[in-house]
Design a protein around this ligand. Structure first.
Ligand code: MN3
Length: 272
């Protein structure tokens, strides 16, 4: 009996030692240096973002629908901690965006001709999409496009005052940057339920703040999306709970003005 008890205690000690050693595994230095979040986010932050062979999407290349692919997140999950926590980034990109991509591909399987068009071309002409998949394509094609833009117009080195041409255009249109931020945040706050707030260029070439419900894209209304913020709860819920206004304020700390400038210039060259 004593022998058995001794064996069990040795076994328990072994298990404990194994657990302690496991917990002492060194954390990769890059993540540990920049990480400031909660323990649950640590495990997320040390993971590599889900990737595909597809490079990140740029405004001068429309998104393929044959099949649509989840674009690579252009930074680590914890890179935007100034505004968004790592766990939210992981769920948002790996689960929500991935689901839009999968749902879009499943819907388009039945109509291979549509796969030859870009996601943008499909969304610009939703009336030509067969009725039985139209709502699915609208929600998931829109979700894919909106999120692809969203990841790009944020950066760990973002924030601060706008730079370049867009800074001048914002001042000209909205008086100053603070006035623009105020209007943009108000439009995001006023969006009832889920949706997006956008800075777009209209067909007359002017800047305009607008918001869309659900996953609707401004391109469905002939407007070119220059920058947008996701005001679905899944974009901010883990850190901000129901405090959308606080999220909208903090989000400016990660806004990527160089990419926004690039999109603003691209919007001048395109019909919509
Ligand atoms: Mn979202």
């Amino acid at each position: 009996m004593n022998f058995l008890r001794q064996k069990i205690s040795y076994l328990l000690m072994g298990v404990m030692l194994f657990m302690v050693l496991g917990a002492c595994q060194p954390v990769p230095t890059v993540e540990s240096q920049s990480f400031t979040g909660t323990p649950i986010a640590t495990s997320v932050a040390t993971q590599t973002p889900a990737t595909s062979s597809l490079p990140v999407a740029y405004p001068d290349r429309e998104l393929s629908a044959s099949p649509a692919q989840l674009p690579k997140l252009p930074y680590a999950y914890n890179a935007l901690e100034k505004a968004i926590d790592a766990e939210t980034m992981k769920l948002h990109h790996d689960r929500h965006h991935a689901a839009y991509v999968n749902n879009l591909n499943n819907a388009l399987k039945k109509y291979p001709d549509l796969q030859n068009r870009s996601v943008e071309a499909i969304l610009r002409d939703l009336e030509s999409v067969p009725e039985d998949i139209r709502t699915t394509v609208r929600n998931n094609g829109g979700g894919h496009l909106n999120h692809t833009i969203f990841w790009q117009i944020m950066s760990p080195n973002g924030g601060g005052q706008p730079t370049g041409e867009i800074a001048q255009e914002i001042n000209k249109t909205f008086g100053n940057f603070e006035g623009f931020q105020k209007q943009f945040n108000a439009a995001g706050g006023d969006r009832f339920g889920s949706g997006w707030v956008w800075l777009v260029r209209n067909p007359q070439g002017q800047l305009q703040i607008t918001s869309t419900p659900n996953q609707d894209s401004p391109i469905m209304e002939g407007l070119y999306p220059i920058m947008g913020n996701d005001v679905w709860e899944h974009a901010y819920y883990l850190r901000y709970q129901n405090r959308r206004a606080e999220y909208l304020n903090n989000w400016w700390n990660v806004v990527n003005w160089s990419e926004i400038n690039r999109r603003a210039q691209a919007s001048l060259k395109q019909p919509t």
